[in-house]
Ligand binder design. Structure first.
Ligand code: GLC
Length: 724
């Protein structure tokens, strides 16, 4: 097959090669004849119909009939009959929308995460999609950034575990023959989550050490799992915009890591090298991006406009164009598009598979496992005899799918009110919005008061609109909107039990609701089955088992706050003593409101002290770490037992804790289980100041517990041959 690809390449003109590197949205391909006039989008990009005939890929169409129509029309026009790659953002579901990835991360359920990607791939593929722009694996520490919703959180190890799971789900084991799968595209390379001030697209400036130790592992994990594509990020890395950054892309990604798959720019990111100030014009932008190894230009025409002349004038070696074209042709071949350009697109199967009951059942299960119970002062679970007042802008709202759910349907989402109606009769349920997302009127409040007056329990459904997070959704104030805090404050005066259910795409500053409510359930954006999942949890038909994978700060002033922080030379040893000259704030504690790994269940779980099989570990050995956990309550639970390590002293500073493993255990009331972890020397390796990756002899602490804060500790020494 390589021979066939080479013959395509040899037969292509230079212009045809360059156009193969261009990706356009579906609007360019609708077979509306433009009778030769360069109109609309083509005019704005300065491209011709000839170019569109030669284009290599299209994004944003998804529907079997449309995909079939566009592909067949394209094949009829493309001189060599080279099929299009069809790509789309299928980030947390196609039509069956799962919880946002930050919520999926909080499930700590790797198998369900993989299954959600498998389902998303199947629905997308029968709808004509070949490649998804996912998983997004950017490490996040700043909840002001709108795209934290798209990540699985602040830990490099856990993000890596989920990155692998998503790639397995999307791609399966045989992308060529299993047409229910799609190629995955890990993004955004690299360190897009570290934007200054949490402002989207903003400058990222990290040391090479921080980049490698914290921000790069999850991309590497996706690639080690066989991810076919990589997308560049909008930000700078070490002073150079990633999309034109040869050191990052060609030297590290391609040469050091050995990635020879397709590298696609993010939307317009090649042309944005100009405002970044590392290219004077589109010609220089094209040159720098190609030298960096970027194969596909998404929705700008720097390559199209300038690569032919750069090659003909000897400024660029045509071999660089050839290698980019070959990577794209190889991906088309791997997807079987030369033999079957329609691949999985099938209107009949689409009607049968997409949004089917079985898929929706998995979405509900994952939503149940993704919600995190943050507080419960004995008001949950509810019972079916109670009269409930369901109040808030999310009481009756389909806006629970979250960002990147463009192919889903808010209209068909199971809303919170639907969930309650499935549990209690309408005579026991009063509903009022009480306020909109960011405005409250006296009329709205009066309705809320009326609803609350008849109720035994008030259930508040509050949060952010889905467009208050996601791309370009950064917020400098991460509290709930004032109107909602006002509603909470007024309803609090009724002195009735209040439960708050939150819909948000980021950790929030929960002051104004965490004290006032007697229980708080973090639902994130739970996806299309969210209302049903929330009702099951609130009525105890399901157990809350979610655990945070991103810290909730005391206030935005504390940001960034994350569990795997360094100790500093002046740690605050005891928050209760008011030592002055230590690393602290005068007005808030150092600790977050809720730490990484935190979450409550309806039962109580007791942890015995951690036990180690030895007080030394040598390379080639495994240290066994055990902890006994007991369900001392009256309800069953699936507990996520977490295992952390701390390197007491290293070549560089070392974090106070690092998650190394976790285990889910099912515990019936009264049941006790001993959970075991095995620790080996490779798990203790880290990047030294000279960027070498190794472990050092010395003292370590191990921790186990229900979260990163409430742990018990053991100690051991790593003993390597002398001198290491
Ligand atoms: C956007 C996003 C990227 C997405 C791409 C295509 O700007 O940054 O994540 O895949 O454009 O929609």
């Amino acid at each position: 097959m390589e021979q066939q690809l080479n013959s395509y390449l040899q037969n292509m003109t230079l212009e045809e090669k360059v156009d193969q590197l261009l990706q356009l949205v579906g609007a360019f391909f609708e077979d509306a004849e433009t009778d030769g006039q360069i109109t609309g989008p083509m005019a704005s990009l300065g491209i011709t119909e000839e170019t569109v005939r030669n284009v290599g890929s299209v994004l944003g169409i998804a529907g079997a009939e449309e995909a079939i129509r566009v592909q067949q029309a394209h094949l009829g026009k493309n001189r060599l009959g080279i099929p299009l790659l069809i790509m789309a953002d299928i980030v947390h579901g196609f039509k069956t929308i799962f919880p946002i990835p930050l919520a999926i991360g909080c499930s700590w359920n790797v198998q369900l995460a993989e299954e959600s990607a498998t389902i998303a791939a199947k629905e997308a593929s029968v709808s004509g999609v070949h490649v998804t722009f996912a998983p997004m694996v950017d490490l996040v520490r700043d909840p002001r950034w709108g795209r934290v919703m798209e990540s699985t959180g602040e830990d490099p190890y856990l993000n890596s575990v989920f990155a692998r799971a998503f790639v397995r789900g999307f791609q399966g084991k045989d992308l060529t023959n299993d047409t229910d799968r799609v190629a995955a595209c890990v993004k955004h390379f690299a360190a897009y989550g570290a934007g200054e001030g949490g402002r989207d697209y903003n400058t990222v400036d990290l040391s090479a050490w921080q980049l490698r130790e914290y921000y790069l592992p999850s991309y590497k994990a996706a690639l080690d799992e066989g991810c076919e594509m990589v997308m560049t990020s909008f930000n700078t890395v070490e002073g150079v915009a990633a999309t034109g950054n040869k050191r990052l892309m060609r030297d590290l990604l391609r040469d050091e890591w050995g990635f020879d798959g397709v590298l696609i720019s993010d939307w317009a990111a090649i042309k944005e090298l100009i405002p970044h100030g590392i290219a004077e014009d589109e010609r220089e932008a094209a040159q720098k991006a190609l030298l960096a190894g970027v194969d596909i230009e998404m929705m700008t025409s720097c390559y199209n406009g300038h690569l032919p002349e750069l090659v003909r004038s000897g400024q660029l070696d045509e071999a660089l164009v050839d290698e980019a074209v070959m990577r794209i042709l190889k991906l088309k071949q791997k997807l079987g598009l030369f033999d079957n350009p329609l691949r999985g697109a099938d209107p009949e199967r689409e009607r049968e598979v997409v949004f089917c009951e079985a898929h929706r059942a998995v979405a509900k299960e994952l939503a149940i496992k993704s919600c995190v119970l943050l507080k419960n002062d004995s008001v949950l679970p509810l019972n079916r005899s109670q009269h409930i007042a369901l109040i808030g802008p999310f009481a009756e709202s389909g806006d629970i799918l979250g960002s990147w759910s463009w192919s889903g349907s808010q209209e068909e989402a199971i809303q919170v009110i639907d969930g309650f109606k499935s549990k209690i009769s309408s005579s026991l349920l009063s509903v009022a919005t009480g306020c909109s997302i960011d405005e409250i009127s006296e009329e709205q409040y009066a309705e809320a008061l009326q609803a609350a007056s008849q109720a035994e329990v008030i259930v508040l459904a509050l949060g952010e609109r889905s467009d208050m997070s996601g791309e370009a959704g950064s917020r400098s104030d991460i509290r709930l909107p004032q109107a909602q805090l006002e509603l909470v404050k007024r309803l609090k005066t009724l002195n009735k039990p209040m439960v708050a259910v939150l819909f948000n795409g980021r950790p929030l500053d929960l002051h104004g609701v965490i004290e006032e409510a007697d229980a708080v359930l973090e639902a994130w954006f739970p996806g299309g089955e969210g209302g049903a999942a929330i009702a099951d949890l609130l009525y105890g038909d399901a157990e809350p088992t979610g655990r945070l994978t991103m810290s909730f700060p005391q206030s935005v002033g504390q940001v960034p706050v994350y569990y795997n922080h360094f100790n500093t030379g002046r740690p605050q040893l005891d928050p209760n003593t008011k030592e002055r000259y230590v690393s602290q704030y005068l007005d808030v504690p150092n600790e977050p409101l809720f730490p990484f790994g935190y979450g409550l269940s309806y039962t109580k779980i007791a942890y015995d002290s951690v036990q180690l099989s030895s007080d030394t570990l040598t390379p080639g050995q495994a240290l066994t770490v055990k902890v006994r956990v007991t369900n001392t309550g009256t309800r069953p639970v699936e507990e996520t037992v977490q295992f952390y390590v701390r390197d007491i002293s290293g070549d560089t500073v070392r974090p106070m804790k690092e998650l190394k493993d976790f285990r889910k255990v099912l515990l019936a009331p009264g049941e006790s289980q001993e959970v075991e972890f095995a620790l080996t020397e490779p798990q203790l390796r880290y990047h030294h100041a000279d960027l070498s990756f190794d472990s050092d002899s010395g003292e370590f602490a191990v921790f186990t517990g229900p979260n990163s804060r409430d742990t018990t500790e053991g100690r051991f020494r790593l003993v390597k041959e002398t001198g290491k």
